[in-house]
Design a protein around this ligand. Structure first.
Ligand SMILES: Cc1cc2nc3c(=O)[nH]c(=O)nc-3n(C[C@H](O)[C@H](O)[C@H](O)COP(=O)(O)O)c2cc1C
Length: 210
């Protein structure tokens, strides 16, 4: 089983990476494969609402978003990580997440449906819960079981060295990883025991126009 961890910071080996590395290391200790995917430091285009993905089954703009969507198909779980920028997530990551989740072919039951997800943020000081709330919106409407820890998933620091001193933050990351590993093993055992996936209904979208 494999968990994909998205580093949504432009800094490849910064604070978000440090937090995700603690999660990845602990997942490995639990015999779960872990790969950190960096969204990079190049601009990422936002969603233009062209809806071409409804026909294509992927984003019309063939860049890092589709590259990630491809490898995400074979992943069993996800951790999305972001630095806190003005009490929200990094703008590039917001563009990445909008396009990634909007272009999921079955809109919540394709690439991501029923795969566990967690979100993690890193900040110097404040805005963490607001950023976490924002990041959680994506798995929250994609039928992804949310994995939590013993506190909201955050670390503090401006540098990896400072994050390394956030002992509580790192413990939160390890607890999160163990909870994710446990859930994945339970899900696997459930499938082996013949527990069927929940029945799926055709999506109703009322748009509130009547
Ligand atoms: C544009 C920008 C905005 C930021 N806004 C905040 C903020 O609102 N609150 C905060 O505590 N830190 C803020 N920071 C600091 C980063 O969140 C913090 O250094 C983070 O740990 C960096 O993670 P990274 O190394 O993975 O990029 C900001 C940094 C930048 C570059």
């Amino acid at each position: 089983m494999k968990v994909l961890l998205v580093n949504g910071s432009p800094r490849k080996a910064g604070c978000t990476f440090t937090a995700l590395s603690e999660v990845a290391k602990t997942l490995n200790e639990e015999n779960i494969e872990a790969e950190i995917f960096h969204i990079g430091d190049e601009p990422i285009a936002g969603c233009i609402s062209c809806r071409a993905c409804r026909e294509l089954g992927k984003c019309v703009k063939d860049d890092i978003v589709n590259k990630f969507a491809d490898i995400a198909k074979s992943a069993d779980g996800f951790v999305f990580g972001s630095p806190v920028y003005y009490a929200g997530i990094n703008g590039s990551l917001a563009c990445f997440m909008d396009r990634l989740f909007f272009s999921d072919p079955a809109f919540g039951s394709g690439i991501f449906g029923l795969k566990p997800a967690a979100c993690v943020v890193s900040a110097r000081r404040a805005g963490t819960t607001a950023a976490l709330d924002q990041l959680m919106k994506y798995p929250g409407l994609s039928q992804m079981p949310i994995i939590t820890s013993r506190y909201w998933n955050m670390v503090h620091g401006n540098t990896p060295e400072e994050v390394a001193q956030d002992l509580e933050g790192l413990q939160i990351m390890r607890c999160l990883a163990r909870n994710m590993a446990w859930f994945l093993k339970c899900k696997e055992a459930g499938i082996k025991a013949g527990i069927p996936f929940p029945k799926s209904e055709e999506r109703i979208a009322t748009n509130f126009i009547r």
